[in-house]
Write a protein that binds this ligand. Structure first.
Ligand code: ADP
Ligand code: MG
Length: 333
C-alpha cells in the first residue's frame, strides 16, 4: 500500500512519528522517543554498558542480497552481541539513520519491523535516535545500552596462562554463506540463516557472568583468529589452538573435503557472533552443563600459555599453521 510513498512525502518528522507510533512503551522507560533525550530507570548498583556499531551500505550489507526486515533485525542482533560479550543484560537501543530522500517508505517500515522483532526477542526497547538525509549510501548507527553488576562483568583482559579457551556455537558459517553469495551461488539454508539472521548469545553470556565461569570474553565479529588476538593481547597471554577441535556445522563441514582452503573462512571469516572466552579447567563441568541446559554447543578449542608471543595453531588435520592473525581491518584490507 505504501509502495509509492517516498521519504520526501512525509519528511523527517513524519518518519519519526511513524517510528514512535510503532514502538512499544516499557515501564522502565520514563521518556522514550519524542523529547530531547530519552530517560530510563537504571538498576541501582549496576554498571551501564554501552556500545555503538556503524553499518554502511556496500561495506556491511549489500541491498542486492539483504532484505530490509533482515537488515533491521541484524543491526540490533550485532549490537546486542556486544552486551552478551560482557556478560550483561541488553536493555535499550538508539538508532541513527542516514537515508536518501527518495527512499521508498515501505523499505523503511520493513526495516523497523525487523528492528522491532529483534528488540522483542532480546527484550530491549528502542528509546531514540536521529534521522538525516544522506546524499549517498545508506548508513545505520545503532547504540546499545545494557547493564551488569560490577562483580560479574567479563572484559577481554582477565585470562590467565593455563586456562582453557572455549567458543560457542559453530564458526565460519556466515563467512561461507557470504562467499557463496558473492560468487552468485545459493548457500544452503543453514548457512544463509547464519549470515542473514545472526543470533546474539545473550543467555550463555549472562550465565557465564552470573556464575563466574569466564575470566575473559569477547564476541567474534571480525574472525576467530583476529578476535582471539584481542583477548590474548589484552590479557598478555599466548595460546595453543587445536584446529581439530574447531566447531564446524554439518553444512560447513560438508564443503570442507572438496576445498581445504575453507578452513581459512572458519579461522578468519567474520560475523560469527559467537562468544570466545577463557575459563579455568576446574570450571569445565559447569560449562558442559551450561551447554547442555542451553542447547548451545560450547567447545574447548585450546589452552592459554604464559608467553604472550606464543601462537601455536593447528588446522583441522592437526598440522601446525604458520598464520599471521588476520581479522577484518577496515583501513588495511
Ligand atoms: P532533536 O532535534 O532534539 O535531536 P529530533 O527531531 O532529531 O530531536 O528527534 C525527535 C525525537 O525522535 C527524539 O526523541 C529522537 O530520539 C527520536 N528519533 C529521531 N530519529 C529516530 C530514529 N531513527 N529512531 C528512533 N528514534 C528517533
Ligand atoms: Mg536530532
Amino acid at each position: 500500500m505504501n509502495r509509492k510513498i517516498k521519504l520526501s512525502d512525509i519528511g523527517e518528522f513524519g518518519l519519526i512519528e511513524r517510528i514512535r507510533k510503532g514502538t512499544v512503551t516499557q515501564p522502565d522507560v520514563v521518556l522514550g522517543i519524542g523529547d530531547d533525550c530519552a530517560a530510563v530507570v537504571l538498576p541501582a548498583t549496576d554498571l551501564l554498558l554501552t556500545s555503538t556499531d556503524l553499518l554502511l551500505e556496500s561495506v556491511h550489507f549489500c541491498l542486492d542480497w539483504t532484505d530490509w526486515f533482515m537488515l533491521g533485525r541484524k543491526c540490533v542482533s550485532v549490537n546486542v552481541s556486544d552486551i552478551a560479550a560482557m556478560g550483561g543484560t541488553p536493555r535499550y537501543i538508539t538508532l541513527g539513520l542516514g537515508l536518501t530522500q527518495n527512499h521508498p517508505l515501505d523499505h523503511i517500515e520493513q526495516f523497523f519491523a525487523g528492528v522491532r522483532a529483534a528488540a522483542k526477542n532480546y527484550d530491549v526497547a528502542l528509546i531514540g535516535g536521529d534521522t538525516c538525509r544522506s546524499p549517498g549510501p545508506l548508513f545505520i548507527a545503532v547504540t546499545i545500552l545494557g547493564s551488569i553488576p560490577p562483580a560479574e562483568m567479563i572484559s577481554r583482559a582477565g585470562a590467565h596462562a593455563g586456562e582453557l579457551l572455549y567458543v560457542t556455537g559453530t564458526i565460519g558459517d556466515s563467512a561461507l554463506a557470504l562467499a557463496m553469495l558473492q560468487r552468485g551461488e545459493h548457500p544452503p539454508d543453514a548457512l544463509a540463516q547464519r549470515h542473514y539472521n545472526p543470533v546474539a548469545r545473550t543467555l550463555v553470556g549472562r550465565e557465564l557472568a552470573r556464575h563466574h565461569l569466564a575470566t575473559a570474553m569477547l564476541d567474534i565479529s571480525d574472525g576467530l583468529l583476529g578476535d582471539l588476538e584481542h583477548l590474548l593481547t589484552a590479557s598478555a597471554v599466548g595460546c595453543r589452538l587445536d584446529g581439530r577441535a574447531l566447531p564446524l556445522s554439518e553444512a560447513f563441514a560438508a564443503f570442507l573435503p572438496n576445498d581445504p582452503e575453507l578452513l581459512n573462512l572458519a579461522l578468519n571469516g567474520g560475523e560469527d557472533y559467537e562468544l570466545l572466552f577463557s575459563s579455568p579447567a576446574e570450571k569445565s563441568v559447569a560449562i558442559e552443563q551450561l551447554s547442555a541446559t542451553t542447547g548451545l554447543p560450547i567447545t574447548c578449542i585450546g589452552t592459554l600459555s604464559a608467553d604472550p608471543a606464543a601462537r601455536q595453531i593447528t588446522d583441522h588435520l592437526g598440522r601446525v599453521l604458520d598464520l599471521p592473525a588476520k581479522g577484518y581491518n577496515h583501513f588495511r584490507d
